[in-house]
Design a protein around this ligand. Structure first.
Ligand code: GDP
Ligand code: MG
Length: 737
């Protein structure tokens, strides 16, 4: 007695357990059904093999009887126990469809309280429209005929009621092999075959392969497809339909042999059902079942009674048990899978950072970016290249090194090529003079390869560099010309304005050399800034907005300021009155003058050996020297006053001043225009993208720059929703929900 009681109690328990496990799967399907393969049942087979009819028998849901409404998409039918009876029809979008289309089909939702066949037919029609497929083969409208015949969205039908048992089954379009002109194409044939294969593939799917009894199952393509998807044939069950149409004795026997298992190649075996035929339109489902019972009670089918494999009720019970077993078996794996997904989703969301939907979060987001920028910029200025990995890979971003190189080149260019005409060199020593005396070399103005050329257009405007005719004329001829053209009444001297004129001419090339140096440095800085911004701000929309809406303009202004300053420096140095307090000027001048004097005296005088002797006529010292007679000396002073001498003097003054001025100018350009205006100064381009700038942005500007755009927002939402659903699903799986 005791054991019986116990066993009945345990049956009771296991039934409610099954119910709860089925409820759980329904909940999971609701939450993550489109993302994770859940244990499910699919009905597959040829077109018209009786799939929808079997489905009707299993679920009690009757499809509208309309030949034209053959299955054009997968239909998921879920039965669920609810107090109120109703039918809910909606569409689960195909995950790979365009977002707009997904949005559109998701909007489709109909609820039916009473099951009038006409209203159901209407809902199906509307569902077809929502899916965007052709509804009628007869329709000749060209607009309609461009619509596809099949859809990869899923029609979801929920059948709720107080007597429903939890159950979900999917009806897939039937396989066909011949296209119908104006309705189906070869591509459709393949599409459906692929769809069927996809549904059979998952190991958590039980395949119900439907075949009519009037053909030999051995010839059925659907079984071959099932074998491909389920090699061990452990989750494939065959269902024979239309036994009433198998009238030949041999055909009947083949069907019977399959059901009894004498010919079965499937672990799960064959079942046989008889559905309502095309002429049984006015028969209810119940009446249909009654007719089926009577049918299987007759010979030769009555022989199958002992197998328990004939009739829709037997099939229904068996598939439900199968499903429960499968679910129980799959639960631990499912739990692990869902837990993993939760972790992945959390990481993805963390990686996206906080949502930027208000002023506060937007400012924080930009602050973080600007701080990163400032850090890299500081490292680049201090040549602290171990500070960031980017400097290892990108030597073009080692900014201060680039600038130092440009400085050197500039100083060298000015040194070698800055003067229009070579000065005369001193006869004595002064090695340093050689450069200025040299023929100016041709400049090669470096072409910095830049993709940002148009961003900085109009900023530089560098004049042509060499005026070749000035080469032919030597410096002394030039001075002669200037002197003659502007000679005043001064005797033995020249007016200060002449020095100005000559200096301007001699320093003509400073402008192009200096401006192209500035261009090199600015391009290097601009390249650095734009590359670093790309590096630290991967969100292209934010970057574009920041760059084009804000930074670029400020950068241009700051470059322009530096350029303006260098032009001012050029102006001051070249156009102003020659001025210097540097003693090198007079030192150099004196050196030149005295070496000239020595030269002239050497020319005038005679070389003599001079021996100094002591009282006894012994030679104490022997020296060589210049002997100048008094007459010659007079001649010399006369020479000093003539115009030749003035021109030489002009040359020497110009040369001394030029040298002092060039050195001063190069230093000042490097120090002020580059170092202050472009690098270290408070308003240098490198200081623009700072936390201070972010602080100064108003709410609208922040929104423009840092708000998330629709796709990012949508992605975050999607991930957020998925995460929520997967977390709930995990709770369901752990039994805590
Ligand atoms: P599906 O295209 O595979 O979904 O097939 P349906 O379920 O729509 O059935 C196709 C046709 O076969 C319909 O007219 C059904 O009434 C008919 N049919 C289905 N099963 C049986 C059956 O067991 N016996 C008879 N006589 N007709 C059936
Ligand atoms: Mg069908």
């Amino acid at each position: 007695m005791g054991s019986l009681a116990r066993s009945s109690a345990s049956t009771e328990h296991s039934n409610s357990g099954n119910l709860s496990i089925l409820t759980k799967v329904d909940k999971l399907r609701e939450l993550i059904g489109t993302k994770v393969a859940l244990p499910q049942l699919v009905v597959v087979g040829d077109q018209s093999s009786g799939k929808s009819s079997v489905l009707e028998g299993l679920t009690g849901f009757a499809f509208p009887r309309d030949a034209e409404l053959c299955t054009r998409y997968a239909t998921q039918i879920t039965c669920r126990r609810e107090n109120e009876e109703s039918i809910d029809v909606s569409i689960i979008p195909y995950p790979d469809a365009a977002p707009i289309e997904q949005e559109r089909v998701r909007k489709f939702h109909r609820t039916l309280k009473e099951m009038a066949p006409e209203s159901l037919a209407q809902v199906f029609k509307e569902a077809n429209e929502a899916m965007g497929i052709r509804t009628s083969a007869k329709s000749k409208s060209p607009e309609l005929s461009t619509l596809p015949t099949f859809s990869e969205h899923i029609l979801k039908i929920e059948k709720l009621g107080p007597n429903e048992q939890h159950f979900t089954v999917i009806d897939v379009p039937g396989i066909f092999r011949k296209k119908t002109e104006g309705v189906t194409t070869d591509a459709d044939i393949e599409l459906v075959r692929a769809m069927v294969k996809k549904y059979m593939k998952d190991t958590r799917t039980i395949i119900l392969a439907i075949m009519p009894s009037n053909v030999d199952p051995a010839t059925q393509e659907i079984l071959n497809l099932a074998k491909e998807a389920d090699a061990s044939m452990q989750r494939t069950m065959a269902v024979l339909t239309k036994p009433d149409l198998a009238i030949e004795r041999t055909t009947q026997q083949i069907a019977i042999d399959h059901v009894t298992g004498t010919r079965s190649d499937l672990d799960l075996g064959y079942y046989i059902v008889k559905n309502r035929g095309p002429d049984d339109g006015d028969m209810t489902l119940e009446q249909g079942k009654e007719a089926e019972r009577r049918f299987f009670a007759q010979a030769p089918w009555s022989i199958l009674k002992s197998t328990g494999r004939a009739g829709i009720d037997n099939l229904s019970k068996r598939v439900r048990d199968l499903l429960v077993d499968l679910i129980k078996r799959e639960f631990p794996k499912l739990k692990a899978e869902v837990a993993k997904e939760v972790v992945w989703l959390r990481n993805r969301l963390d990686g996206m950072g906080a949502a930027r939907n208000n002023e506060h979060t937007q400012r924080a987001y930009l602050n973080k970016i600007s701080e990163a920028f400032q850090t890299i910029a500081r490292d680049a200025l201090n040549a602290y290249y171990t500070g960031n990995r980017i400097f290892d890979e990108r030597h073009d971003l080692r900014l201060i090194t680039r600038v130092v190189e440009a400085n050197e080149k500039y100083s060298n260019d000015m040194f070698k090529c800055g003067h229009t005409r070579p000065f005369l060199s001193n006869l004595e020593g002064d090695t340093e003079d050689r450069d200025v005396a040299a023929e100016p070399e041709d400049l090669n103005i470096s072409e910095f390869d830049s993709d940002n050329d148009d961003e900085l257009e109009g900023l530089f405007d560098i004049p042509e560099i060499t005026a070749p005719e000035s080469r032919k004329e030597g410096i002394m001829e030039y001075i002669e010309k200037v002197y003659r053209a502007s000679r005043g009444q001064e005797l033995g001297t020249f007016g200060g304005a002449l020095l100005s004129t000559m200096f301007k001419e001699q320093s003509k090339k400073w402008e192009p050399i200096t401006l192209s140096y500035m261009k090199d440095v600015i391009l290097a800085i601009h390249h650095f800034i734009s590359e670093i911004v790309v590096e630290i701000c991967p969100d292209t929309r934010v970057r574009d907005e920041l760059w084009n809406g804000y930074l670029l303009e400020e950068l241009q202004a700051s470059y322009r300021k530096a350029m303006d300053h260098v032009r001012l420096l050029l102006d001051i140095e070249r156009e102003g009155i020659p001025l210097t307090l540097n003693h090198y000027f007079s030192d150099n001048l004196q050196k030149s003058q005295s070496s000239r004097l020595v030269e002239t005296m050497t020319k005038l005088g005679e070389e003599r050996e001079l021996a100094s002797t002591d009282g006894e006529g012994n030679v104490l010292k022997q020296e060589s020297g210049i002997f100048l007679s008094r007459a010659k000396l007079n001649n010399l002073s006369f020479n000093m006053a003539n115009s030749d001498h003035v021109r030489e003097y002009m040359h020497d003054v110009l040369k001394s001043y030029y040298k002092v001025s060039r050195k001063r100018f190069v230093d000042v350009v490097c120090q002020q225009a580059v170092n202050y205006f472009l690098l270290q100064g408070e308003h240098s381009p490198l200081k623009i993208f700072s936390t201070q700038m972010v602080l100064n942005l108003n709410e609208d500007q922040l929104e423009m720059i840092a708000a998330e755009d629709a796709p990012v927002k949508a992605q975050r939402e999607r991930l957020g929703n998925d995460k929520k659903n997967f977390e709930k699903a995990l709770k369901v799986l752990k039994g805590s929900a």
